[in-house]
Design a protein around this ligand. Structure first.
Ligand SMILES: [Zn+2]
Length: 391
């Protein structure tokens, strides 16, 4: 499977009914309707979310190796579902895999959360922290299907905040991958080793498209998460986290990268190409650095004070409304200064060279928590910029 050629032909598969990142459940159902009578995809009786929305479960192929693919257990992570619906279009043209693999696909596992653009389900439960207690119907559905199907592999699709970066360049991460841990020690059991090999194959395939923008997601054993639970049960679990690049707020580019990664994963498994992937490719991947990118970094801005003038960098980021730091939230209050000083080790979605500018106010107005609504003036020309206009 040549991923670069597929990347060039991506428009053939891109689901045109899902144009906006914040799609509604009715938009999603329109896409599902398109696939209902396709011959190589079979729909089971739908399952139901807490608020009674249908959760669709579909099967492809009759092969021996079983793969469970599910997206958007976090309602505000829709790009993973968009990429999966692109993959569905691809699947309808492909005939190579149907005798080699059986896929069960569950897109949009949390339709109630998607409707409110909320990470959690209608009960306020984080489905990916509900794999042990199964309080939510969505977690019960996923566990039931996993038990019946007993898949060899699982692809668990998420989106992440845009403020992650990867070393060494501190560029925004477009794709983060993870073979979740199966115990506290971080052992490589048989299932985890298989997952690592598949991920290594994905990395090799997509790296040329996103150099220095690939990272390994945090690998702390989380037994109440599904990836870790499935791994303990012998399913090689693969987590793909859709990131972001520059100002691509709709994540059109990252969506394509995740689509390509899903195709590559299934191809590696179906044709057993993963058996030849070196595990080191995954193990050597840089960690995904949380909150390491600012929305705006103003570099080398001059500040005047009666104790002498100096230069500093200012990091500005949108402030989340949620009180739970673990939640990826898209609801923000406003832009604030979150760091000051020498900020060279941080990345930025936008950078502004402030070396010919001076802070317009008093030095004491630059502090962490300050609203990003201040002005800077040029030392070279008659120009005043309100920082708001740069955001
Ligand atoms: Zn998530």
């Amino acid at each position: 499977m040549d991923i670069i050629t597929l990347s060039n032909n991506y428009n053939l598969y891109k689901e045109k009914l899902l144009r906006k990142r914040r799609f509604k459940y009715t938009d999603f159902c329109q896409v599902i309707n398109k696939h209902l009578d396709k011959e190589n995809i079979n729909f089971s009786e739908p399952e139901f979310s807490f608020e009674g929305r249908k959760i669709f479960v579909m099967t492809y192929g009759t092969g021996e190796t079983k793969i469970l693919i599910f997206s958007q257990m976090h309602g505000n992570e829709p790009v993973s579902t968009e990429a999966l619906m692109d993959f569905l279009n691809f699947l309808e043209t492909d005939k190579n895999w149907s005798k080699k693999v059986t896929l069960i696909i569950i897109p949009l596992l949390n339709p109630d959360g998607n409707e409110k653009f909320d990470r959690r389900n209608a009960q306020g439960i984080d489905i990916n922290r509900d794999a042990m207690t199964l309080i939510s119907p969505e977690a019960r559905i996923l566990m039931k299907i996993h038990e019946r199907f007993s898949p060899d592999f699982a692809l668990n699709l998420h989106d992440m905040e845009p403020h992650y970066t990867s070393k060494p360049e501190n560029l925004q991460t477009v794709l983060a991958v993870l073979a979740p841990e199966c115990d506290e020690k971080g052992s490589l059991n048989t299932a985890r080793k298989r997952a690592v090999k598949v991920i290594s194959g994905i990395i090799t395939a997509v790296k040329p498209l996103i150099p220095n923008r690939l990272a390994k997601y945090t690998d702390k054993f989380t037994p109440e998460a599904f990836g870790d639970t499935f791994m303990q049960k012998g399913t090689a679990s693969i987590l793909l986290e859709t990131g972001s690049i520059f100002n691509d707020k709709e994540r059109i580019f990252a969506r394509k990268i995740v689509f390509l990664s899903i195709v590559k994963a299934v191809d590696l498994i179906a044709l057993k190409g993963y058996l030849h992937s070196p595990i080191g490719t995954y193990l050597k991947l840089p960690d995904n650095e949380k909150n390491n990118a600012f929305d705006l970094k103003i570099e080398k801005l001059s500040v005047k004070s009666n104790r002498g003038d100096y230069q500093l960098d200012i990091g500005i980021r949108r402030v989340k409304k949620t009180l739970n730091d673990e939640d990826f939230a898209d609801e923000f209050s406003d832009y604030r200064i979150v760091n000051i000083g020498d900020l060279r080790r941080f990345g930025a979605i936008k950078s502004f060279d402030g070396s010919d500018y001076v802070f317009s106010g008093n030095y004491s107005e630059i502090f962490i928590g300050q609203k990003a609504a201040f002005e800077i003036s040029s030392t070279k020309k008659n120009e005043i910029i309100n920082i708001k206009s740069l955001l």
